[in-house]
Design a protein around this ligand. Structure first.
Ligand SMILES: *[C@@H]1O[C@H](CO)[C@@H](O)[C@H](O)[C@H]1NC(C)=O
Ligand SMILES: *[C@@H]1O[C@H](CO)[C@@H](O)[C@H](O)[C@H]1NC(C)=O
Ligand SMILES: *[C@@H]1O[C@H](CO)[C@@H](O)[C@H](O)[C@H]1NC(C)=O
Ligand SMILES: *[C@@H]1O[C@H](CO)[C@@H](O)[C@H](O)[C@H]1NC(C)=O
Ligand SMILES: *[C@@H]1O[C@H](CO)[C@@H](O)[C@H](O)[C@H]1NC(C)=O
Ligand SMILES: *[C@@H]1O[C@H](CO)[C@@H](O)[C@H](O)[C@H]1NC(C)=O
Length: 432
C-alpha cells in the first residue's frame, strides 16, 4: 500500500505499473494516513536534565593529492579540517552511501532533549535496537562536515530561522533544536510550544529557531482541525493566512508533500464566491500541487527581498510502507527493519517522481533563488529509521495490541530522533 498513490493515470505511468491499487486499498490507506496525521500533537513536558557540554568531534577530510595515485607509492596523505572548506556547489550530496560507525554518537538523545515530541522519541517509547543511530551519510565525492552546534548558533546570531510545513518539517525542526540546545545553559534559552507556532530562543545569540504549522503551505479547511482526507478542501490560490507569519523572518525553510498524497484526487478551490466550499473542483494530485506551489512561489517572489532573506525547500521525505519496494516481499511496511538498504539508487513508490518534478519546475522559474535541500535519495535507504511501532496515536503510546499489528499501526512516515533528520540538518547547515 502506498500513500503516494493517486489514481490518476499520469501518476500511474510514473510508477511503471508497479502499483496495483484497488479502491479498497485506497480507502484503507486514506484512513491509516488520517490516523497517522492525527498524531500531530505536542508532548513536551519532559523535565529531563540538560545534557552536559561535550566536545564535538571533528571530522578530518582526506585530501587526495591525485585521483589516480598508484597505491604502491604509499605517500603520506595530508589531513585537514574541512568544516569551513566544504563547498556544496562542488559536491553532490544526493549521491553516496550510509556508513556504519559504532563510535559516533548523536549529539542528543530522547531522554536528554526536553523538547522532543513523543511521536519521534522511539527509544523512550520502547525501541531496543540502537544501530540506527550510528550511521553516517558519506557522499561519494566529498566528506560532509559533522554538525557543529556552536557554528550553527553563530550563523544564526541576530536572526530568525523558521521551519514551515508539515510534521516532517517539525521532525527536522526538533532535530535542529535538540542538536544546538544542549550547548546553552537553561537560563539562556527558552521554548514556547504552540499548536501552530513554536519558538526556541537562544538569548545570548539573539536568535530564534521557530516552527510554523502549514501542512500544505497553501490554506485548507484541514490545517488546524484535521479532517478526513475526503472532506479536505484546499485553497490552492491562497497562502495569505500563513504567510503573514513568515514575513520578517531571515531564514525560511519550507516543505510540503505527504499531505497531498492521500491517494484521492484533491478537492480544490480558488477565488472567493458565495457558494464557498461547495464550489470546489477535484484535481489530480500533481496538478493541485503545481498550482499550490506556484501560489507559494508567487508569494516568495513578490514579498521576499533576497538580499535580506534566505529561502530553503526540503524535498520529499520518503514513505516506507511497501516493503516490496526494497525487496522484502513478506515485510510489514518498515516494521522490524534494522539496517539501511544498500541497493544503489533505490527509489520506492513512497517518493513520487512526478511530484518531485513539480518542485524542480516551480523552483527553477522563481525570481528569488531557493536552495533545495535534497534529502530524498539519502533518506530512501533508511527503512530502519522510522518511528514504526514506537510511536503514539491519539495522544498515547500504541498499546500492545496495536504494536502487534504493525501492518496497520507502524508509522513509516516519521523518523526517530535522534536519527535521519539530524543528517538533513547536517546538510542544511552546510548550505546556510
Ligand atoms: C568513526 O567515528 C570516529 C569518531 O568520530 C572517527 O574517529 C573514526 O575515524 C570513524 N571511523 C570511520 C571508519 O569513519
Ligand atoms: C542520553 O544522554 C545522556 C547524557 O549524555 C546519557 O547520560 C544517557 O545515558 C543517554 N541515554 C541513552 C538512552 O542513550
Ligand atoms: C535581535 O534580533 C532581531 C531580529 O531577529 C533584531 O530586530 C534585533 O534588533 C536584535 N536585537 C539585538 C539586541 O541585537
Ligand atoms: C540586492 O542587492 C543588489 C546588489 O547590492 C542590488 O543591486 C539589488 O537591487 C538588491 N535587491 C533588492 C530587492 O533590494
Ligand atoms: C522481526 O525480526 C526478528 C529478527 O530478525 C525475527 O526473529 C522476527 O520473527 C521478526 N518479526 C516479525 C513479526 O517479522
Ligand atoms: C533531488 O535529487 C534527485 C536525485 O537523488 C533528483 O532526481 C531530483 O530531481 C532532485 N530534486 C530537486 C527538486 O532538485
Amino acid at each position: 500500500m502506498s500513500f503516494a498513490a493517486s489514481p490518476s493515470t499520469t501518476i500511474m505511468k510514473a510508477y511503471r505499473g508497479k502499483l496495483p491499487l484497488s479502491v479498497i486499498s485506497v480507502i484503507v490507506c486514506a484512513f491509516a494516513f488520517l490516523a497517522l496525521l492525527y498524531t500531530e500533537r505536542l508532548s513536551f513536558l519532559s523535565s529531563n536534565p540538560i545534557l552536559k557540554s561535550k566536545s564535538c568531534a571533528r571530522k578530518a577530510a582526506v585530501v587526495k593529492a591525485s585521483d589516480h595515485q598508484p597505491a604502491e607509492e604509499n605517500l603520506e596523505i595530508p589531513e585537514i579540517d574541512d568544516r569551513f572548506e566544504f563547498d556544496p556547489e562542488e559536491c553532490d550530496i544526493t549521491r553516496g552511501k550510509w556508513v556504519f560507525n559504532r563510535s559516533i554518537n548523536p549529539l542528543y538523545n530522547d531522554s536528554s532533549c526536553p523538547y522532543l515530541d513523543r511521536q519521534y522519541s522511539c527509544v523512550k517509547n520502547g525501541r531496543l535496537d540502537f544501530d540506527y543511530r550510528h550511521w553516517e551519510w558519506q557522499p561519494d565525492d566529498c566528506n560532509l562536515p559533522r554538525f557543529d552546534p556552536e557554528r550553527a548558533l553563530r550563523k544564526l546570531r541576530g536572526k530568525r530561522l523558521l521551519f514551515a510545513g508539515d510534521s516532517l518539517q517539525r521532525n527536522q525542526w526538533e532535530s535542529f533544536v535538540c542538536m544546538v540546545e544542549w550547548t546553552i545553559p537553561p537560563e539562556k534559552k527558552s521554548m514556547k510550544m504552540g499548536k501552530v507556532r513554536s519558538v526556541f530562543k537562544a538569548k545570548e545569540y539573539n536568535a530564534t529557531i521557530e516552527f510554523y504549522w502549514a501542512p500544505f503551505l497553501v490554506e485548507s479547511n484541514s490545517d488546524i482541525d484535521v479532517l478526513d482526507p475526503k472532506k479536505r478542501i484546499l485553497k490552492v490560490d491562497s497562502v495569505a493566512k500563513h504567510s503573514k507569519h513568515w514575513e520578517g523572518v531571515d531564514i525560511l525553510a519550507f516543505n510540503t508533500y505527504v499531505w497531498w498524497m492521500s491517494g484521492l484526487r484533491l478537492k480544490t478551490l480558488w477565488g472567493s464566491f458565495a457558494n464557498g466550499e461547495e464550489g470546489y473542483w477535484e484535481l489530480d494530485t500533481p496538478v493541485a500541487y503545481q498550482i499550490g506551489l506556484k501560489t507559494w512561489a508567487n508569494w516568495i517572489d513578490s514579498t521576499i527581498n533576497p538580499n535580506k532573506t534566505r529561502v530553503f525547500f526540503t524535498t520529499i521525505s520518503p514513505i516506507h510502507t511497501r516493503s516490496e519496494d526494497w525487496g522484502r516481499n513478506n515485510g510489514l511496511k518498515c516494521f522490524n527493519e534494522t539496517k539501511p538498504v544498500m541497493t544503489k539508487n533505490l527509489w520506492g513508490s513512497g517518493s513520487d517522481k512526478t511530484m518531485m518534478g513539480v518542485v524542480t519546475d516551480v523552483v527553477k522559474k522563481m525570481k528569488v533563488a531557493v536552495t533545495v535541500v535534497n534529502i530524498t535519495q539519502l533518506s530512501e535507504y533508511r527503512v530502519d529509521a522510522h518511528s514504526s511501532i514506537y510511536t503514539e496515536t491519539g495522544g498515547r503510546l500504541l498499546n500492545d495490541e496495536e504494536k502487534a499489528d504493525p501492518g496497520r499501526h507502524a508509522d513509516c512516515i516519521h523518523w526517530c530522533l535522534p536519527g535521519v533528520p539530524d543528517t538533513w540538518n547536517q546538510i542544511f547547515l552546510t548550505l546556510l
